[in-house]
Design a protein around this ligand. Structure first.
Ligand code: HEC
Ligand code: HEC
Length: 287
């Protein structure tokens, strides 16, 4: 199965175009991620039954170089934590016409949100919509604070997202795929397996059929989102999930969907659920 898919990819995109090597030159690091010498985060887990082509799900951390991995081993070395500190300041800052800060209402502190990240995105009954972390934060800003919405992948949003996601670090990803989100989940799955762009590649071609292999100078992971928002060495900031999707679509020279679009929401739901069983490790560090 894997071999035939790989051959298909190779047939479509030549090795020369992509530098996609069939040689699985590395054994995937199966050691757990131990943060601050005390918090053990499993980086491998059995795949959810709906993942027909995978036995195991693996965190992107396991595919990175030793140097990049090391940055996530200690919160003092993790550049993502600088933004978490900024969000802690933001938490108590009054903003908007209601004269409120996050702290004014969420009196238990960001710790109130422990567990939330592991379940997102999820159905919001009241709004009758699929909600991402960005939606929850902006709903409070616009409807409860009378403040302006933050831009989806902007510095304030990704920092607050990281602070809230951090409260779920080490918790097992458990995103619901049924009930009111079932149709969106199917749509997300379809997008995941549809080839797009001049290179005519789907998410699955790279992240399901070729993880562990090299593409140009980079090593392909399963494209999991359990570590988002992610600090990337490449752009020296925190990156949103949908911002990353956009980058991957551009790389295959497809016109990316917009952040916050129905398509990317569906894709975020599907991709997040592919990580069910892994642990939240936000904010992660990647190249
Ligand atoms: C005026 C009060 C108020 C302010 C100010 C406020 N929130 Fe909220 N927030 C709420 C209420 C009410 C809810 C919905 C009920 C709940 O789940 O706690 C909520 C829900 C949330 C949720 C979803 C919680 C969940 O588990 O479903 C998040 C995340 C959140 N707020 C973040 C923030 C952030 C970040 C700020 C500051 C930028 C903020 N809120 C400001 C009142 C507020
Ligand atoms: C041409 C191959 C290719 C395709 C197609 C592709 N990606 Fe990627 N993607 C990469 C590379 C290379 C990276 C960086 C190394 C890695 O983590 O795999 C990456 C990284 C990611 C990451 C970050 C993983 C982490 O641990 O931080 C996510 C999430 C992701 N891709 C999702 C997607 C989605 C969703 C699609 C389909 C819309 C997609 N990718 C299509 C090549 C691809």
């Amino acid at each position: 199965m894997i071999i035939s898919n790989l051959q298909r990819v190779m047939a479509i995109a030549t090795v020369a175009t992509l530098g996609l090597g069939a040689t699985a030159a590395f054994a995937v690091d199966s050691s757990p991620l131990v943060i601050n010498d005390e918090e053990t985060i499993a980086t491998h887990a059995p795949a959810a039954p709906f993942l027909e082509n995978l036995d195991e799900v693996i965190s992107g951390w396991a595919f990175r170089s030793t140097e990049t991995q090391a940055l996530q081993l200690d919160d003092f070395d993790n550049p993502g934590m600088i933004f978490v500190d900024q969000a802690i300041d933001e938490w108590t800052k009054v903003d908007g016409t209601a004269g409120k800060s996050c702290a004014a209402c969420h009196t238990g502190g960001p710790e109130e949100f422990a567990g939330l990240r592991a379940t997102l995105p999820k159905w919001n009954e009241e709004k009758q919509a699929l909600y991402t972390m960005e939606d929850y934060i902006n709903e409070c800003r616009t409807e409860r604070m009378g403040a302006e919405a933050w831009s989806w992948s902007g510095a304030s949003m990704t920092a607050m997202n990281a602070l809230i996601s951090l409260q779920s670090r080490g918790m097992t990803v458990n995103v619901a795929t049924d009930g009111p989100v079932a149709d969106m989940w199917e749509q997300g799955k379809e997008i995941y397996y549809t080839r797009v762009g001049q290179l005519d590649l789907s998410c699955a071609n790279c992240h399901e059929n070729n993880y562990g292999n090299m593409i140009r100078a980079d090593r392909l992971s399963q494209g999991q989102v359990n570590g988002f928002p992610t600090y990337r060495l490449k752009n020296a900031k925190l990156n949103s999930i949908q911002g990353r999707f956009k980058g991957c679509m551009k790389n295959v020279r497809a016109t990316p969907y917009k952040v916050g679009s129905d398509e990317f929401r569906a894709l975020e739901l599907y991709v997040s659920s592919r990580g069910n069983g892994l642990m939240v490790e936000s904010p992660s560090v990647r190249n």
